[in-house]
Write a protein that binds this ligand. Sequence first.
Ligand code: DX5
Length: 224
Amino acid sequence: MIKIAPSILSADFTRLGEQAMAVEAAGADRIQIDVMDGRFVPNITFGVQAVECLRPLVHIPLEVHLMVEPPEDFIERFAAAGADTLIIHQEATPHLHRAVQHIHGLGKQAGVALNPSTPAAMLSEILGLLDLVLVMTVNPGFGGQEFIPETLGKIREVRARLSELRRGCDVEVDGGINRETAPRVVEAGADVLVAGSAIFDAPEGYAAAIRALRNTAVGNRSAR
Ligand code: DX5
């Protein structure tokens, strides 16, 4: 089943709580919170308090995408704040295995994100431990960017590696996901679509935007 995860990076920051509740009501499967530190990526966004404030407002899972370095410094605080899944970047720590163990030790789901230039092979030693692999389909830091088509091959490779392991693990994509790119990434093997501008900037409203993303993607999924 294709899951849709609105990214609140593209939401109205003066109404984050309302917007989180609105996308949940509109059919979102989970919410992605893009945490940026101004060092690992050239932007600064949310902190622990944002997660603490959002947590009681929605029932769906909160995925915290930690675009920070070193992620180890933040895992406990975001876990305690209410994150259900913590996604850290392969590029942000030399101790990825230990960080994933730490996340699991806190009872949370562990995801690892790959920047566009990072090969899928960088996960070969820990793929069997992960609950989610996030293939970045833009360079991280900002919403509203153009989809990078060269990432389609990596999505395929991640899916193939997981199939070899017979491992249930989300293959998530993030960046430039819209009605045009959704079918392409699903055909390649993605099953969780993060979308910011395609949902929060949609003139037809959140429910229609989420439905459209799912429908265009599902159409292709059955063909896969
Ligand atoms: C990049 C951000 C964006 C955001 C989605 O660091 O993670 O990808 O979530 O933005 P859109 O869907 O507008 O590309």
